[in-house]
Design a protein around this ligand. Structure first.
Ligand code: NAD
Ligand code: MG
Length: 393
């Protein structure tokens, strides 16, 4: 029986993690739950899974949450705000914390969990991308495991089991291509939010679905792979694979290539991050290669999708640049979802802000530097966005 805590329990990753806990009550026990602001769903989850501690990030919802939990036949600790999330993350005897918060908001709770000696089942990639220079030394110091739950990184991690140190030569990340993979580049000027949220293969939260449409998600995953597996950026490649059956591949020093395959279902990488090194039997649909049909591959279009090059450049620059890239992207995506900027302004704003940061890039940032640069990037995008006209939409 493994004790786990779940951050971001009301989202796409969070609810799928709870599906796993529900299916395997003999394997997993829930210690803590935290979410952003969905009181109704969080309260239902508390009732069903009976955690010892629960927190809501949005302070304004604290009273509502306490009220919603007042009729329970037991008394969990109830907290709010960022301090509440941090407390949930480090609380009790949870061995592993599943990080399903979206964005850099996951950074402080994740660091708190690591400091409390808990393994991290990492879905919240933004935390590692922005905070890599502080997250990785802390992981090493506390001897905890950083277990990838992102499907591509889980695939790589699964393929790496049994590969000796030094055996890995190259990583090949697969990408579905996102909502606009079959649209001509000219049409991207006029996309709507609804168009961008139509992901062909995966049902996910809004922010990552927009990141998939710009291919920034794949760019962020290149940086995530660099931090998780230690390869140079020259040895991390991207290939478009529209069917999303092969979740990524690794090439060994002798040119042998290993891949991990499965239906597009996030529960599988989540389960492996929660159960590693064990393999837990499930009754999920088995892969049928004939039904899957043709598996095809093509080169990513770096002109149509400038976010790919922006992410490689930020990753290579290192230091605080990935935090700036990530913060700028989070703010630009929020503005697009708020109908304040057109789709094509997303990469333009990120590029401007990364360019401005290049003279100040801090190669050995402390946590405070990363938080400050994340905030600076958001403000810089907000300011620059004032000059962008929506007329192009
Ligand atoms: P989502 O929007 O569906 O859910 C986000 C969760 O975070 C919700 O529970 C929300 O309440 C919470 N949250 C939002 N803002 C918060 C804040 N400021 N403080 C605390 N909690 C907050 O997002 P998602 O699709 O589940 O993605 C979560 C993370 O997992 C992201 O980093 C994403 O990149 C990553 N990821 C998701 C998928 C997927 O299939 N959904 C796949 C791979 C990686
Ligand atoms: Mg992914």
């Amino acid at each position: 029986m493994k004790a786990i805590t779940l951050l971001g329990s009301t989202g796409s990753i969070g609810t799928q993690t709870l599906d796993i806990v529900r299916e395997h009550p003999d394997r997993f026990r829930l210690v803590g739950l935290a979410a952003g602001s969905n009181v109704e769903l969080l309260a239902q989850q508390v009732q069903e899974f009976r955690p010892q501690i629960v927190a809501i990030a949005n302070q304004a919802k604290f009273a509502e949450l306490k009220e919603a939990l007042s009729g329970l036949d037991y008394h969990p600790e109830i907290l709010a705000g960022e301090e509440g999330l941090v407390e949930v993350a480090r609380y009790g005897d949870a061995q592993s914390v599943v990080t399903g918060i979206v964005g850099c908001a996951g950074l402080l709770p994740t660091l708190a969990a690591i400091e409390a000696g808990k393994d991290i089942a990492l879905a919240n990639k933004e935390t590692l991308i922005a905070g890599g220079p502080v997250v990785l030394p802390l992981v090493a110091k506390h001897g905890v495991k950083l277990l990838p739950a992102d499907s591509e990184h889980s695939a790589i991690f699964q393929c790496l089991q049994g590969v000796p140190a030094g055996g890995l030569r190259r990583i090949i990340l697969t990408a579905s291509g996102g909502s606009f993979r079959d649209w001509p580049a000219e049409k991207l000027q006029h996309v709507t939010i609804a168009d961008a949220l139509q992901h062909p293969n995966w049902s996910m939260g809004k922010k990552i679905t927009i990141d998939s449409a710009t291919l920034m998600n794949k760019g962020l995953e290149v940086i995530e792979a660099h931090y998780l597996f230690g390869l140079d950026y020259d040895d991390i490649d991207i290939v478009i694979h529209p069917q999303s059956i092969i979740h990524s591949l690794i090439e060994m020093q002798d040119t042998s290539v290993l891949a991990q395959l499965g239906w597009a279902d996030m529960r599988l990488p989540l389960l492996y991050a929660m159960s590693w090194p064990e393999r837990i039997a499930t009754d999920w649909p088995q892969l049928d290669l004939v039904k899957a049909g043709d598996l095809t591959f093509r080169e990513p279009d770096r002109v149509k999708y400038p976010c790919i090059n922006l992410a490689y450049a930020a990753g290579r620059a290192g230091g605080t640049m990935p935090a700036v890239l990530n913060g700028a992207n989070e703010q630009a995506v929020a503005l697009f979802l708020d109908e304040k900027i057109p789709f094509l302004a997303i990469p333009q704003l990120i590029e401007q802000v990364c360019d401005r940061h290049s003279a100040d890039n801090n190669q050995q940032p402390a946590l405070a530097d990363i938080i400050a640069m994340d905030e600076w990037a958001r403000q810089a995008v907000l300011a620059a966005s004032q000059k962008i006209s929506l007329a192009t939409v």
